[in-house]
Design a protein around this ligand. Structure first.
Ligand SMILES: N[C@H](CCC[C@H](N)C(=O)O)C(=O)O
Length: 286
């Protein structure tokens, strides 16, 4: 038996398997992550989060993120809130405000009262080459040819790439599964992309659905909420702070404008603890 201890958590229904890779050895591989993330043959989650010791002196922990498709990515907002709650609940730190190293830089989560966590998610990146997004302009509104149709979007990176579309009708009727999948793999996004569908309710309120890179539509996307508020503000549609209504609940996003960090505030919940034998046969859907 090779038992792995894990904690199942979620941020607004965006769910995670969280692994303490400080006090137990865990070596991720795309195949192992896909199996653990599988909702029928494994544990099931949108993303798998690793807690590791920092590799840089100015950070308390290293935070690694893997999508359900097995790919490692550089940022996850809902996961950052769960990460912070996890390390405090597990006694890995006595701090309430942390510096957490990710592949896209250091973020700063802070535990607040009840289950609320605030996270400084860093400064959004708008230059196409750094998103990355293939474009010969850095215009806020870009046009993408998708299956013969022209789609308008705003490209933003929160350490991970986002394409934000404004939908004028009820976002519940937006073609998230079909159009989201087409844009996710569009050649102008060489590292693929998370696709947000934003319905503006008021300058301080939106509804948002996100087709996530490597996971499909999730009930909420923290970096997607940050990217949507940045895009809506740059387009003159929003005035932060903004309440972001997702299918899993509400996030509050604060942003003082270009060059300033985006602050994301929302819940983080622990659902259950578990143990899984890594030596068992690892089956996956055919
Ligand atoms: N699918 C994302 C990672 C998870 C982001 C999301 N779960 C969040 O809360 O930010 C990507 O491939 O960049």
């Amino acid at each position: 038996m090779n038992l792995l201890h894990f904690t199942k958590m979620h941020g607004l229904g965006n769910d995670f398997v969280v692994i303490d890779a400080i006090r137990q050895r865990f070596t991720p591989s795309p195949e192992l992550v896909r199996w653990l993330a599988d909702r029928h043959f494994g544990i099931g989650c949108d993303q798998l989060l690793l807690v590791e010791p920092p590799t840089r002196p100015d950070a308390d922990f290293r935070y690694r993120i893997f999508n359900a498709d097995g790919g490692e990515v550089a940022q996850c907002g809902n996961g950052a809130r769960c990460f912070a709650r996890f390390v405090v609940e597990k006694g890995l730190t006595s701090k309430r405000r942390l510096r957490v190293e990710t592949a896209s830089g250091v973020i700063e989560p802070e535990l607040r009262e009840a289950d609320e966590v605030a996270v400084d998610m860093g400064v959004p990146v708008l230059e196409p080459a750094r998103i990355p997004f293939v474009s010969d302009t850095d215009a806020v509104v870009q046009t993408l040819e998708v299956d013969g149709a022209r789609v308008e979007l705003t490209a933003v990176s929160m350490g991970n790439p986002h394409a934000v579309l404004v939908v004028v009708e009820d976002v519940d009727r937006a073609p998230v599964a079909e159009l989201g999948a087409q844009i996710e793999r569009h050649p102008r996004f060489p590292e693929r992309v998370n696709v947000g569908f934003m319905q503006v309710l008021a300058p301080d309120a939106i509804r948002l659905r996100v087709f996530e890179r490597g996971a499909g539509e999730t009930l909420a996307c923290g970096t997607g909420a940050c990217a949507a508020v940045v895009a809506g503000t740059l387009r003159g549609l929003l005035r932060p702070p903004v309440t972001v209504h997702t299918r899993g609940g509400r996030l509050r996003i604060e942003w003082a404008g270009p060059g300033q960090p985006v602050i994301m505030i929302g819940p983080a919940r622990t659902v259950f603890e578990g143990v899984i034998d890594l030596d068992q046969p690892r089956e996956l859907p055919r």
